[in-house]
Structure formats: structure tokens, C-alpha cells
Design a protein around this ligand. Structure first.
Ligand code: AMP
Ligand code: MG
Length: 401
């Protein structure tokens, strides 16, 4: 069996090679359509944000140099609302100013209205107001020339907001790759039908579609493939002709009806197979007509785990993304777990009371385990876990960056 690290390195090397040979195509899209897509170039600001000093409060703009050591009574010379044009501050006066309005020339502080008193049309301002009080300085968020987001960054809602804040209406993003998916298994029936003897519903197809939708890839769904070598080969070739990457589920073990491995060996190359990983040992990776191929094991939890650990980082790299490694944290386990002498385990755990709970049934066929869990606990080969031990924990959200 290959170690997880060696397998992942091989997979990622391959992704880099593909990307270097054929950089994803860049398209310019409206900002509203860019969520979840990957930036094709650095985003440099051509303005300061905010563009000018402005008021952080509703209150009075003044010049602190004219304040006395006791409260100062001043005339109110103008009212400035957000969005309006300001006149320079008349010396010795205060300007009524509202949040977000530009600070008038010659003013250097804003006193919040709650600290002031109004007396016969004048405002009484307290002593000891420091310069720059309640002023949001020009460029405090972004300065002209700042790179606010880098090429290879996958856009989140806050990134879209930041791009809008510098006036960008269109961005250059990589066109999403097309990923072909196919399910093997004569036992599979599509949801919405009735189950007959020996059949089960196809869950992996929908699980994979969900992943790919969430990660903004285009999907080429080739449906369910009959468990024969000929059908498997035909389908894989069809996928290779029109997709950037192929993912199949099932049929990668060593059973009589497991044809995927043989099909790939006959059509292309099988580079990785059998990894010291639980669940997901029989994961296969290779190429068919130079199109990368992942054969994920059929048990739904194995499909889930191998997708996140191998396919997701591969696709992210191929798509031109930079941040592809999920960040782990160390969290206290509230359970015990027997050592596995041969394979690193990815157990389904839930975050509760600052510690991790173990989902009781860790079988690779129990899809409820990933639904009840918040993330994966990583148990290195040969390690016994006792309550109170700190273990590596990867929240599911980390995989969707
Ligand atoms: P296989 O590797 O084809 O032997 O599949 C391993 C296990 O996963 C078997 O119990 C299959 O019935 C199950 N399985 C395979 N594909 C799917 C699928 N698409 N949805 C649900 N279960 C599946
Ligand atoms: Mg099968």
C-alpha cells in the first residue's frame, strides 16, 4: 500500500503538470456571477478606500485648536450628510455631520452628538477632544496600488464585497473545468424509483454532484455504467473525450465485477492504487487519453473521504487555485479508538463542548456518519486514542475553500 502522503504528492504533481501544459481559460464575468470562481489575475486597487476622510459618527465636525479647556459654545455653520459636497469649515464654528459624510477642510475631529449640548441654535462641545477623534481616515481600508486579492483565489461573498468596494464591476476568472462522473454497479437504482430485491439507491452520484456544484465545476453526468469491462471502457473513453477530469465510483476493488481498474490499465495508465487509508483504500488514480481519472471506492463514506482528500485538492490545482490544503487543528478527543496497525484513519467526529465526539458506527457504508459529523479526525497508523488526547481535526468547511 502507498502512504497517503506519497499518493497525494503523485496526484498533485500530475495536476501541476496538467495545469502548466494547459492553463485554464480566463473569462471576464460580471461581479454578480463570480462567486465561487477563481481569479485569473491579481486585483489591484486604483483608489483609496475610503476615498476621503469621513465621519464615523453622527455629531459635529470641529477644529480642536479652537477648543477651550472648558466646554466651548460654537455656531453651527453647515450640515453635511453622507454623499453631499462639503464647504471648508468656517473658523470657530462646528459643522453638523452625519455618519459617512466627508470631513470638511479645516476640521480635524468629530464629536459624537451624545457628548454635545444644543443651546439656542449653538452647540456646546466638551473639552479634551483629541485630533482625529471619530475620523475614518482616507485609505484606512485599502490604499491605491494595494493588491486586494491574488490570482488563484476562489471568491467568497466577502471578496465580492471587497471588489465592489474598489469599484470593480467585472473580473477575470478561470472558466470552470468540466468534470465527468459515472457510477458503476448493477445494484444501483435511481432515487424516485421502487427498490426491488438486491437493489440499493444510487447515493454516490448525488453526493458527487453536490460536491462539484458546491465547488463550481461543470458536471458531465454519464449516469450508471453496467458492470462489464466493455461498458466500463466505452464510458471512460467517452468521458475522456469531453471532460477535464473523470470521477467514477465503485468497481475499483478486486471483486469479480470490479472492472474499473482493468479498464483504466487497458486504456491509459494507473498511477496510484491501494493507499494506506481507511476508509478509501482502493482509490485508483491514473489517466485515460491524457485526461486525469479518479476511481473512487463505492462505499459512500469512502467516496466522501477520498473525494475530499484527493479529488478536491487535485481539481483545485488544475483549476488554477492556490490554497488547496485544508487547515487542521488539534482538538481534545472525548472518546477512545483502537490503533490501526496498517492504515491512517479518517474518523467522522462532531465538535461538542470544546471536544470531539465519535460517531458510533464508523463503517464505510454508513453515510449517516458524515451527516452527523462536523469534520474528520485524523488517526495516524498505530496510534491508540484515549479520552483527553489531542487529535488532528479537519472541519468539513476547510475542504470547500
Ligand atoms: P464496489 O466497490 O463496487 O464493490 O462497491 C462497494 C460498496 O459500495 C457496495 O456495497 C456497493 O453496493 C456500494 N456502492 C457502490 N456504488 C454505490 C453508489 N453509487 N451508491 C451507493 N452505494 C454504492
Ligand atoms: Mg460494484
Amino acid at each position: 500500500m502507498l502512504s497517503i502522503n506519497d499518493a497525494l504528492n503523485q496526484v498533485l504533481q500530475q495536476a501541476k503538470k496538467i495545469r502548466d501544459k494547459r492553463e485554464p481559460i480566463a473569462d471576464t464575468v460580471p461581479l454578480e456571477e463570480a462567486l465561487g470562481l477563481t481569479l485569473a489575475c491579481d486585483q489591484i486597487s486604483s483608489i483609496d478606500v475610503p476615498p476621503a476622510d469621513n465621519s464615523a459618527m453622527d455629531g459635529y465636525a470641529i477644529n480642536t485648536q479652537v477648543l477651550d479647556d472648558s466646554p466651548t459654545k460654537m455656531p453651527i455653520s453647515q450640515t453635511i450628510a453622507a454623499g453631499s459636497v462639503t464647504e471648508p469649515l468656517v473658523e470657530g464654528s462646528a459643522a453638523r455631520i452625519l455618519t459617512g459624510a466627508e470631513i470638511p477642510k479645516n476640521a480635524n475631529a468629530v464629536v459624537m452628538q451624545e457628548q454635545c449640548e444644543l443651546e439656542d441654535g449653538y452647540v456646546v462641545v466638551p473639552a479634551n477632544i483629541p485630533p482625529q477623534n471619530n475620523i475614518r481616515q482616507q485609505g484606512q481600508d485599502i490604499k491605491t496600488g494595494d493588491c486586494i486579492l491574488q490570482q488563484g483565489h476562489r471568491l467568497r461573498p466577502q471578496d465580492i464585497g471587497l471588489l465592489a468596494s474598489i469599484g470593480i464591476a467585472k473580473v477575470s476568472v478561470y472558466r470552470p473545468l468540466t468534470v465527468a462522473i459515472l457510477s458503476t454497479g448493477d445494484e444501483l437504482v435511481e432515487p424516485g424509483n421502487t427498490l426491488s430485491t438486491g437493489k440499493i439507491f444510487n447515493s454516490n452520484r448525488y453526493l458527487l454532484k453536490g460536491f462539484l456544484q458546491k465547488l463550481n465545476f461543470n458536471i458531465l453526468d454519464l449516469g450508471v455504467i453496467e458492470d462489464t469491462l466493455a461498458a466500463t471502457k466505452a464510458s471512460l473513453q467517452k468521458a475522456a473525450a469531453s471532460a477535464d477530469c473523470i470521477i467514477s465510483t465503485g468497481g475499483v476493488s478486486v471483486g469479480d465485477e470490479d472492472h474499473v481498474k482493468n479498464a483504466v490499465t487497458e486504456l491509459g495508465t494507473l498511477d496510484v492504487w491501494r493507499i494506506a487509508l481507511k476508509p478509501g483504500k482502493p482509490l485508483a488514480f491514473g489517466t485515460i487519453d491524457n485526461t486525469p481519472f479518479f476511481g473512487l471506492p463505492g462505499n459512500p463514506v469512502s467516496t466522501f473521504v477520498t473525494f475530499l482528500l484527493f479529488v478536491k485538492p487535485f481539481l483545485s490545482l488544475q483549476q488554477g487555485q492556490k490554497h488547496i490544503t485544508p487547515r487542521a487543528m488539534y482538538v481534545t478527543a472525548n472518546f477512545s479508538n483502537k490503533a490501526n496497525p496498517k492504515r491512517q484513519e479518517y474518523i467522522r467526529v462532531r465538535f461538542n463542548n470544546g471536544g470531539l465526539e465519535l460517531f458510533p458506527n464508523q463503517s464505510s457504508g454508513v453515510l449517516s456518519s458524515v451527516v452527523q459529523a462536523d469534520g474528520l479526525g485524523v488517526i495516524p497508523i498505530g496510534q491508540t486514542i484515549s479520552p483527553g488526547d489531542k487529535i488532528e481535526y479537519i472541519p468539513f468547511d476547510e475542504f470547500y475553500r
